[in-house]
Design a binder for this molecule. Structure first.
Ligand SMILES: CC(C)(COP(=O)(O)OP(=O)(O)OC[C@H]1O[C@@H](n2cnc3c(N)ncnc32)[C@H](O)[C@@H]1OP(=O)(O)O)[C@@H](O)C(=O)NCCC(=O)NCCS
Length: 248
């Protein structure tokens, strides 16, 4: 009995074929330039990761978006290279930033190089009903019910750089998530998260710190996310291995 090859290996073969074809096209392009007497070194542009102004930077997949290139609200700011993934990811601000008011102070700021998994949602300040008396929002319906009370304003929501937010996490209003933090899948983040902490659960609690205090201080000083892409490329192995004292 024969069994069909798993589709994943077929996908890998196709990917490899595409890479081979791309390499062949590049080889032919350079050969042609050489034939025409063009200095080929001027054609071989160094590669330093994706174009940060690309909307769908992962090989064009519509399931991955660089958020900075799709957000439009004046009170949402996202740094370069921060991506959001999942079906309909380009509708992030409509589907995943909920109850945000027009108040400039009801602000969502996300740093650079953050990874945001499918289903992550940010609950903003318009989400809460006042709890000083009855929570029913009479003024929503008018017709003589115009008396209004505002809920407590919890402040802006801030997500640092190099933060990874896991599947379907919920970030409550007014929370600050420090650089390098990890938010577990389905966490409900109700309090600030220190830099380089891993939090999980509801309410999210620190599971552990990713590095010792000295390394965390060094990383917060290093701020690799602000480097030009050339420097990131050069130091990629060190950054990925956590050899932060060896970066150049
Ligand atoms: C948070 C996370 C990164 C922790 O990974 P880790 O550092 O390897 O931690 P561990 O698996 O050792 O778990 C540590 C403790 O936290 C608990 N924990 C881990 N993730 C949890 C979660 N999402 N919710 C609740 N508890 C969680 C574990 O049960 C364990 O508890 P214990 O010490 O009482 O046994 C990981 O569990 C997670 O949630 N990843 C998100 C993955 C995701 O969403 N991917 C989407 C594609 S980007």
């Amino acid at each position: 009995m024969t069994t069909a090859a798993p589709s994943v290996s077929r996908e890998r073969l196709l990917e490899q074929e595409v890479r081979n074809l791309r390499a062949e096209v590049e080889r032919l392009r350079l050969a042609l330039a050489e034939k025409k007497g063009i200095d080929v070194s001027t054609l071989q542009a160094p590669r330093h990761g994706p174009d940060p102004s690309a909307k769908h930077p992962a090989g064009g997949s519509p399931r991955v978006v660089f958020l900075a290139n799709v957000v439009t609200r004046p009170n949402i700011e996202v740094g370069a290279y921060t991506y959001f993934s999942g079906e309909g990811c380009e509708h992030f601000e409509r589907e995943n930033v909920l109850y945000q008011t027009d108040d400039p102070a009801d602000r969502l700021t996300i740093g650079r190089y953050a990874s945001i998994a499918p289903g992550v949602r940010f609950l903003m300040n318009g989400a809460n009903h006042p709890a000083s008396g009855t929570t029913y929002p009479f003024w929503m319906f008018g017709r003589g019910w115009h008396e209004r009370r505002e809920p407590r304003f919890r402040g802006p929501t801030t997500v640092g750089n190099d933060v990874w937010i896991g599947l379907e996490a919920l970030i409550l209003p007014g929370v600050t998530i420090g650089d390098g933090a990890v938010i577990g899948a389905r966490a409900v983040v109700a309090h600030d998260v220190p830099p380089y902490a891993i939090v999980a659960g509801n309410p999210a609690r620190v599971v552990r710190r990713r590095y010792d205090d000295a390394t965390i201080s060094k990383l917060l000083e290093l701020r690799w996310w602000d480097w030009p892409p050339e420097r990131v490329t050069r130091n990629l192995p060190e950054l990925l291995d956590g050899r932060f004292d060896q970066v150049t």
